[in-house]
Ligand binder design. Structure first.
Ligand code: NDP
Length: 474
């Protein structure tokens, strides 16, 4: 069961991985009109492997669409979609607790605003570089379209590593980051949120700095805020809850449900915790989760209160969970996808579920894989799962509940309103059911019934493409 962690780059942190390391080598043939577009993306964005991967994955679905709609090619819609509207890269200087000056790099990629202001999270992780922010921003365009909310796509972040940093260091970093970012964001321009390494604490510090610089309490400039400073109920839970609601819809379409099912979830951060919670509410039991050092297998079912205490309150490691829970085993560098399950939810990071992992899941009888994280499954992993008849939900559909609830936060901020938990949760469930239906219907309409990858890519793309046509060449 013990393998090397798939997460680590060649140097243990930071920087792009090779295509071989990413497990993205095998690929299917692109439509002949789309291949030159893809080649142009490769040439214009050298070394940005995750971005190449995200673009290719969308283009692979679009053959039937461009055949049916020549107007998209005539207006160079896909070429324009692959080029961000604006990319901002900036220096983030800050001082650590020992008085040493540190420098990180900040990014904001404002990818596409055809449907509304740019919207997408901020990631703090040492692996962040332009290629990761562009892949995330590109995915975000289609996800936001699928959510049905009036928001465009963007993403930001920094190679800052919050792990092991004091609260004061994190605050100084966030303030410095926002000191530059503030001139590029706004309620009608670009509305960032959290992502890996950025939660309510970091959003609070960034909002505080924005408010100070702008001399204006513009709640709508950031989402994912704490409840006391304009945040929305269910935003914290939304991505994990939404992913599991999507799973329930997929199973319902097959005449079954999550009740009594065994789940395995990678990661133990925001998305993972609330996926485990919603799965339990729907009668499932999650028996394993992970962090970047190892995995915990807990046959009695993950103890959510303990997990929240360790991860949210203490900001600790999973070793600490295992030490306090008799039924749990900790396996350093363990492979989570080898733990047998009915439902697998990758909720950690990109390319964490590869070909061999997919083979293990299929072999062990897994029936559903739903991506709580962004692009966690490698292309060859997706192929293995789909060929084996495993139901597969791509992140841009399955994890869209987070950004959809962020848009609800924007709505509440704009109207100075605050909805109840029950009302917000019902709205999230409604949105997830609608996304599921739209993906399923679009896949069937374009000749791939049951293929949620095709359904999500085509439905998201068409909505953005039609808006771009209406807006003219801009
Ligand atoms: P968190 O920072 O809260 O948690 C991330 C978890 O995944 C941690 O357990 C972390 O382990 C692990 N992890 C993350 N990146 C890596 C890496 N490169 N290598 C090893 N382990 C890693 O992030 P979130 O839960 O918010 O996000 C998880 C995923 O979900 C990301 O792909 C994100 O883009 C996606 N997502 C998040 C949304 C949100 O609302 N938060 C919305 C939609 C998608 P460790 O602590 O050891 O680093």
């Amino acid at each position: 069961m013990v393998h090397a962690s798939p997460f680590r780059g060649p140097s243990g942190s930071g920087g792009p991985l090779s295509a071989a390391a990413l497990g993205t080598g095998t690929s299917s043939v692109l439509d002949e009109t789309l291949e030159p577009v893809y080649q142009e993306v490769l040439a214009r964005n050298p070394g940005e492997l995750e971005f190449h991967q995200a673009v290719r994955e969308v283009l692979e679905s679009l053959g039937p669409v461009v055949a049916k709609h020549p107007e998209y090619a005539e207006a160079a819609i896909i070429e324009r979609l692959c080029e961000p509207e604006r990319q901002i890269i900036f220096r983030v200087p800050w001082t650590d607790d020992s008085g040493q000056v540190r420098i990180n790099r900040g990014f904001r990629v404002q990818f596409n605003s055809a449907l509304g202001p740019f919207k997408g999270g901020i990631r703090f992780h040492p692996s962040v570089y332009l290629g990761i922010i562009k892949f995330l921003g590109f995915e975000q365009i289609f996800k936001n379209a699928l959510s049905g909310m009036p928001i465009g796509g963007g993403k930001g972040g920094s190679d800052f590593n919050p792990r092991g940093r004091s609260n004061a260091e994190v605050m100084r970093f966030c303030q410095s980051f926002m000191t530059e970012l503030h001139r590029h964001v706004g309620e009608y321009t670009d509305v960032p949120a959290g992502d890996t390494g950025v939660g309510e604490r970091e959003i609070g510090y960034m909002f505080g700095q924005y408010k100070r610089i702008a001399n204006s309490y513009e709640s709508g400039v950031l989402t994912g805020k704490g409840l006391g400073i304009g945040g929305a109920r269910v935003r914290r839970e939304a991505t994990g809850y939404g992913t599991v609601i999507f799973v329930e819809e997929m199973l319902k379409a097959k005449g079954t449900s999550l009740d009594g099912r065994r789940g395995v979830v990678s990661g133990s951060g925001n998305v993972a915790i609330y996926a485990i919670e919603k799965a339990a509410q729907l009668g499932g039991t999650c028996v394993a989760c992970s962090d970047s050092d190892g995995i915990v297998v807990d046959e009695a079912g993950i103890d959510l209160e303990l997990l929240k205490q360790v991860k949210e309150v203490e900001r600790g490691r999973l070793t600490s969970y295992a030490e306090r829970r008799g039924s749990a085993r900790y396996i350093e560098d363990g492979r989570i996808w080898e733990v047998p399950c009915d439902v697998a939810l990758p909720c950690a990071t990109q390319n964490e579920l590869n070909h061999a992992d997919a083979m293990a899941l299929a072999r062990n009888g897994c029936v559903v894989v739903a991506e709580g994280a962004n692009m966690p499954t490698t292309p060859d992993g997706v192929r293995v799962l789909m060929d084996a008849g495993v139901l597969f939900a791509p992140g841009k559909a399955a994890n869209a509940g987070g950004v959809a609830t962020s848009a609800l936060e924007m709505q509440q901020n704009a109207s100075r309103d605050s909805w109840s938990f029950a009302q917000s949760e019902e709205k999230l469930a409604e949105i997830m059911r609608a996304i599921h239906e739209r993906c399923a219907d679009t896949a069937a309409e374009y000749g791939s019934p049951g293929n949620y990858v095709a359904g999500a890519n085509i439905a998201g793309f068409k909505q953005v493409a039609d808006a771009m046509l209406a807006l003219g060449v801009i």
